[in-house]
Design a protein around this ligand. Structure first.
Ligand code: SAM
Length: 273
């Protein structure tokens, strides 16, 4: 269907394209040369996932997971109904671009966006429509943010774009192909552990510990990922160590930004590796 390489199909806060180089440096060579399983328990837009899928042909299997059910519905829809998804996206794209030729195009686009956001938040459409609305909102909202309130209602305002790409057909087919090696889970990250085997590499990219009290963007899902969650994750990584799995975790450098910030020092004593 396509010979293009799959790339992330969403804009996502904390997308990790810029971390590919350091992650590559820390990967054990012997590990990626043989059949291995890649597990990404906090997948988001999957920047590292797609890099792994494109660059390691000896990869036996990948497992992805995220607690955000609406996000995982998009992955599952691309895996199982790419044609249906593309047709719905094409309609949304044509309608949105049409406003560009009308008077008051900004007002019209904003109104259209708000109508689609209301529809999305009812969560009453078919799964493929819901996935298309997710992609539409992601491409047309302010800064590509995904933020929900405590009732799980998506609440990001409209962005200002002329003719954004809403339906990237080639990439959807490329992602569809790439996902054939991928098992897709939805839930808490600890659920991925039973899918590991002896040659498994975990890449963990949780919501970050906020750098300060005002930069607290980590509401990708209705439940916050606070300090207690960071400590639970630390204990999960210790478990991975004890079971002999390879893993890399990324987080924010809170100490580098605030001299008196001792959260990591106090809570995360050096692990065995
Ligand atoms: C920093 S983002 C990951 C970004 C990703 N690396 C990328 O390239 O886009 C963190 C992700 O963790 C997910 N998340 C939050 N709490 C979780 C939990 N308890 N278990 C699994 N996923 C969770 C969020 O929905 C969000 O997609």
């Amino acid at each position: 269907m396509t010979d293009k390489l799959a790339k992330p199909f969403l804009k996502w806060a904390g997308g990790k394209t810029q971390l590919i180089e350091p992650i590559q440096r820390f990967l054990p060579k012997s590990f990626t040369e043989s059949n291995f399983t890649y597990i990404e328990p906090f997948v988001g837009s999957g920047a590292i996932l797609f890099w792994v899928l494109n660059n390691f042909p000896s990869l036996k299997k990948a497992v992805i997971n995220d607690v955000n059910e609406d996000l995982i519905n998009v992955y599952k829809t691309i895996a199982t109904q790419p044609n249906e998804l593309i047709s719905i996206l094409k309609i949304l794209e044509n309608e949105y671009h049409f406003f560009e030729f009308m008077e008051n195009s900004e007002e019209n686009k904003k109104h259209y966006y708000n109508q689609k956001r209301i529809l999305y938040n009812t969560r009453s459409s078919e799964k493929s429509t819901q996935a298309a609305l997710f992609i539409f909102l992601n491409r047309t909202c302010f800064n590509g943010l995904y933020r929900v309130n405590s009732k799980n209602k998506f609440n990001v305002p409209a962005g200002r774009y002329k003719k954004p790409t809403i339906c990237n057909k080639d990439n959807i087919f490329a992602v569809h192909e790439a996902l054939k090696k991928v098992e897709i889970l939805c839930g808490d990250y600890e659920k991925t552990l039973p899918l590991a085997n002896e040659n498994t590499f975990f890449y963990l990219d949780p919501p970050y510990k906020p750098l300060n009290k005002t930069s607290n963007f980590n509401s990708y899902a209705k439940d916050e990922f606070g300090d207690e969650e960071q400590i639970r994750l630390y204990n999960f990584c210790k478990k991975l160590d004890n079971l002999g799995y390879n893993w890399i975790l990324s987080n924010s450098d809170v100490k580098g930004k605030a001299e008196n910030e001792d959260f990591c020092f106090t809570n995360f004593k050096k692990t065995t590796k």
